[in-house]
Design a protein around this ligand. Sequence first.
Ligand code: SF4
Length: 335
Amino acid sequence: MMQNVKFQNLEGKKMTDNWEIISKDDYFKDTDNYEYTIEHLPGNPDLVKMFDYCRHNEHNPGVVPNLTINGFGLTDEWVATLAKYCGGIAVSRYDNKDICYDAVKKLTDAGIAQVNIHSVIANENYDQCFELVNDAKDDPRLEKMKALVFLTLKPKGKRNTWTTIKDLDKYRFLVNYAMSHGIGIGFDSCSAPTFLAAMKEHPKFDLLSQLSESCESDRFSGYANVDGIWSHCSFTEGLPNWGTVDLKTITDFDSEVWHSPEVRRFRGCLTCQDNKHIASEVYLCPVYDLYGPEVGRAASAVVESDRKRFIPIKTQAEIDAQNAADTVSVVARFL
Ligand code: SF4
């Protein structure tokens, strides 16, 4: 199971007030991967304590934390700390690519084997994704980088005016371009249905399909923000149709989170889907309309026995209108 912990809440608060260990029992005993996201490294004084706990706690020691950063403020001292604790670091590529590339060089020079670059992929920065591939090939700062990871744009956030790429040809062209230049690439799990549909005719499709994991939220991962509030994934946080759990108030993780009605409801939105037109086991995002017509929408991928429980709450026209108004779209819910 992977846990995703973000050091920020929707209001932009970055500090963990009264941070405490809430997993003194056997919660996440099988967990081998915690993934943290923090923009400004010194912004949370508890970061190192949490990493140390992951590695050395008496209940489930040896958990290896991963971290996503933006590269700002990466001092030599921080590089040494991250190299000591983290298994993998992802550096997000924003407007100033030099900040990202310099950070990648510092981290790989420190011996961190798994350093990736994360970049959103959207219609508006499609050309920049090719620039990234070219830089991965030619820029010496990226020589020891592991892979480029492209993240499907989700239509969330008022300042987010970019649009999700739904054109399979565009995906295929980028993937083939990177592969032909020997660059390691990856995608977030939200992208898996589009990636697989785009690569359907690839001679190694079966292998690509085995290497692709679609939405894992509530199947083997969860998300908590800086306040210890559990959401299905970071993109359901704050949406009216999806619930949360306050992890600070629970006494039994199994019954109050993992098998709670809300988490089972979300999990059911994934596991009841049948998307064999793409691959044998692939799940579409049950929250956002991220895909083109060849991939489909989660509401239409629900197997017949579950269809009566799956209630589309908005028509495509309503979703498009909502997206045009730059607000969040929620495509369906389960009853
Ligand atoms: S619910 Fe949707 S946005 Fe969230 S991780 Fe799954 S596919 Fe991505």
